[in-house]
Write a protein that binds this ligand. Sequence first.
Ligand code: FUL
Length: 618
Amino acid sequence: MYITATALALLLMGCRSDKTQYYEKHLVFPEGATIEQKVDMASRLVPSRQQLQWQELELTAFLHFGINTFTNREWGDGKEDPKLFNPTQLDAEQWARTLKEAGFKMVILTAKHHDGFCLWPTKTTSHSVASSLWKEGKGDVVKELKEACDKYDLKFGVYLSPWDRNAACYGDSPKYNDFFIQQLTELLTHYGEIHEVWFDGACGEGPNGKKQIYDWDAFYTTIQKLQPNAVMAIMGDDVRWVGNEKGLGRETEWSATALVPGVYQRADSVNKALGLSSTSKDLGSRELLARANELFWYPSEVDVSIRPGWFYHAAEDQQVKSLARLVDIYFESVGYNSVLLLNIPPDTRGLIHENDVRRLRELREYIERTFATDYSLNGNRKITGREGDSFEIDIQDNVPVNTLMLQENIAEGQRIEAFTVEASVNGAWNTIAEGTTVGYKRLVRFDSLIADKLRITITRTRADFSLNRVGLYYAQPLIEGVNASTATILLPKSCRIGDQNAPRAIDGNQTTAAYADGLTDLIFDLGEAKSLKGFCYTPVAEGNTEGTIFRYNLYRSNDCKNWEPVAENTEFSNIKNNPIPQFVPLENVAATRYLRLQPLEEINGKAKTSIAEFGVIP
Ligand code: FUL
């Protein structure tokens, strides 16, 4: 029985006790509430039925597929010829089979990305598969995939980009909202059950672009009416973006957060007053509760691509993330109280590429092998207790272990704030790990050891804790493989940023960077004139990312005086959220000695410039 029903029953019987009251999804603290009262209420904030079912899926696959697959881009501009969309062997069953075998429980397809190109024959626009050559315009990718998911017993979700660079009515707010609701209605009525609707928050229109005010309430109502079992993600209030596209969750991850979901009108002002954004490190500590007036059950979803980009690029065939990297991602997402949303982009044939299939298989085998044997003898039971309580886990004789799994009963809320793990080796106790939040699932990694027992102490909790399960495993240590890039990069002989030399931009080291105030031109000297196939701008990925270039012009010259444009008002798509090296192909460029990269817009609109690395592809 679902817990809120219990609360309701007690309420109806007129014997309401504060200790049995649960708050589904949202709670408001009474005025003047003390921190103790707030902590107690926070411990009884619980997920909705949909959120709980969503969390239990653990692994969801993302499929970025669309016109970008055929234009080799990450963000399309909406001006693409729909005829370019022409997968030669599209096989949605191959996608579903591969993903099912890899252990995924749900699949989310980019039904429409920012370019506005629809993968189903929508009535709202001609920018869709209906205008493509694929199946002579009679195909429907959404339908084919949904049928394949049904066949392989996978749940299905849709990504529908609110930002639309093709729709003529984008920016005419009421008109575009109607257009968008019509698209949503088509997706949510024609294809059977849909379990997640993903609205990303991107909008790269820039300061002078079209301003669209979205009617989130109407979008939400549409979803609730047509697909009451679906969760609304990212620009929604059911599922929260973890805050990066690297596959990295927070070690301290509260599902009960003070962050107001972006779809609420008050979100900007409240979050600003609390100093919060989706990238904040702390979203739910006591210190934050003390300042907050309301809390949301708003669990984290970690989205990351198996390759550097979200869409398929042949040049990235050798850059599929290593098994070691993917395993770390698994531990730092599923193991950090999040759902992992792993992107596997189908290629231009319309198939999941062999390299990705192979890696997914390795990942599945690794996870299965690791969690097949629980070496704890008495962990698979409900364990309850109060702050300071310890409990012991007996271990099979003589087996090495290095992974502890803890699972809180989140149907009653997320409560544990800190715990320690001790091991008894030959009768002597030693602390082997310490942790903070647990939530739906916490995987704790420690150095392999053979112990008689483990002792877990819940040192801080918001209310009496309740664990559904404790498990002990052995995860084979992996060594990071080398990800080779296929492109040969040539470093320029010198780089100037404004009037300063910037050797750090061309030292072949992505962890050093050059910075300048203002939007400042970068001039690169290749030493001699060379014919160029492309260039690569690498932004700062960690630490001070101020100055990352979003929009730019590129010029060439052979005397450093007379400059000829090569690319004008061009963007490094999605560089803010996914700060990977930006490979840009150049066509028909005469032999060139000097390149000038002129920043037009920084990722946050600041007057700064930075660069970690620059190279050309000869
Ligand atoms: C972002 C988009 O801009 C990227 O292209 C990608 O779709 C990612 C998952 O979401 O907002």
